[in-house]
Design a protein around this ligand. Structure first.
Ligand SMILES: NC(=O)c1ccc[n+]([C@@H]2O[C@H](COP(=O)([O-])OP(=O)(O)OC[C@H]3O[C@@H](n4cnc5c(N)ncnc54)[C@H](O)[C@@H]3O)[C@@H](O)[C@H]2O)c1
Length: 340
């Protein structure tokens, strides 16, 4: 082969590689560090077998899917949420089709708002497994209501559950991890933990608080390099989150709305596990256009805020007509499916 043929072939390969990377970027469902780690980093399958993982909010949505993916990789699990029967259902499914024993999955009912119970719950886990390798702070509730129509009690409840409950449990588990200089505290935050969102002002505030809290605590732990503080920020994902959200008062929850236009729970959880095993301090997980929007928010906040106002009009219109606030994405997805 002469030199020009070789150069032509090399150029073709480089172009092909760049085209593949460009398509990946356009279709990106994670931030760049995360996508890099997914391709070249540690694989969850090789890192998680035998690890003791405590998942809160394991009775539905992201937490339930986490439980299934984790047991399939051979992790030992503690499943927490308020409803014991739901946790037992998840445990039963976890133990199907794999080699784990009954004792490898502990059902531990826990109300995150009952701060008094957190120390005892941590002791129970330590008595059962002898250690906690990973805590996944996943429990949380969202909000679907306009600030002007919403009781202040809703804001109090959101902060008590999403913020105070989470940091309280973390404190007990962190003491144990500090003794061992080993462990990961993983918190399921949200893209609205750093951007603003209409109809979720209290939820967004609680997630902003969590992000600020964990970014600060991480800097207090530099003497313990074996401990990782990981914040995972998903965009819209299929789960029970809207169904369980707070509305204008604490007793009210929104009507059920179709969630099929959102990112699949299994893909979100896969990327969460990649973030976790690669100790990525902050990751964004969302389908387009949300990932691009997150970058705009970081680099050109004034443009992003202008765009947020435009989108907010549509979201509030949808909400008021009884649809999911983000159902404009549904139309887009249906259109894509029809044309593909
Ligand atoms: N689904 C999304 O679009 C999305 C996007 C970004 C972030 N998140 C975050 O993901 C996490 C999981 O939510 P999800 O989407 O799976 O919703 P979900 O409603 O399906 O699950 C929430 C879980 O939290 C539990 N929980 C609620 N109140 C609790 C309490 N007082 N004590 C203990 N557990 C309690 C519920 O029982 C449930 O198991 C939440 O922190 C949420 O903020 C979700």
């Amino acid at each position: 082969m002469d030199v020009s043929c070789f150069l032509l072939l090399l150029g073709g390969c480089v172009l092909f590689y760049l085209a593949v990377q460009f398509i990946r970027l356009v279709r990106a469902d994670g931030d760049l560090t995360l996508l890099w780690a997914e391709s070249f980093g540690k694989k969850p399958e090789s890192q998680l077998p035998g690890k003791v993982v405590w998942v809160t909010g394991a009775s539905s949505g992201i937490g339930e899917e986490l439980a299934y993916q984790l047991v399939n990789m051979g992790a030992l699990l503690v499943l927490s949420a308020r409803r014991k029967t739901e946790l037992q259902r998840v445990k039963k499914k976890c133990l199907e089709n794999n080699n784990l024993q009954e004792n490898d999955v502990l059902v531990l009912p826990l109300d995150l708002c009952d701060l008094e119970s957190h120390e005892g719950a941590t002791k129970t886990v330590l008595q059962h497994f002898g250690r906690i390798d990973i805590l996944v702070n996943n429990s949380g509730r969202s909000q679907r209501s306009l600030f002007v129509d919403t009781d202040l009690d809703v804001y109090k409840s959101l902060m008590e559950l999403n913020f105070l409950g989470t940091i309280s449990l973390t404190k007990y588990v962190l003491h144990h991890m500090i003794e061992k200089n080993q462990g990961k505290i993983v918190t399921v935050n949200s893209v609205v933990g750093f951007i603003g969102a209409c109809l979720s002002s209290g939820y967004s505030a609680s997630k902003h608080a969590l992000l600020g809290f964990f970014d600060s605590v991480r800097t207090e732990l530099t003497d313990y390099p074996g401990i990782a503080i990981i914040n995972i920020c998903p965009g819209p994902v299929q789960s029970q989150i809207v169904h369980n959200a707070f509305a204008e008062n604490v007793a009210k929850t929104p009507e059920y709305t179709d969630q099929s236009h959102k990112m699949s729970t299994s893909r979100c959880v896969r990327l969460m596990l990649v973030s976790l095993v690669n100790d990525l301090n902050e990751t964004w997980i969302a389908e387009q256009p949300f990932i691009t929007f997150c970058y705009i928010w970081q680099y050109a906040p004034t443009w992003a805020l202008w765009l947020t106002n435009k989108i907010a009009k549509r979201r509030i219109q949808n909400f008021k007509s009884g649809m999911d606030a983000d159902s404009y994405l549904h139309k887009k997805k249906t259109k894509t499916t029809k044309t593909s």
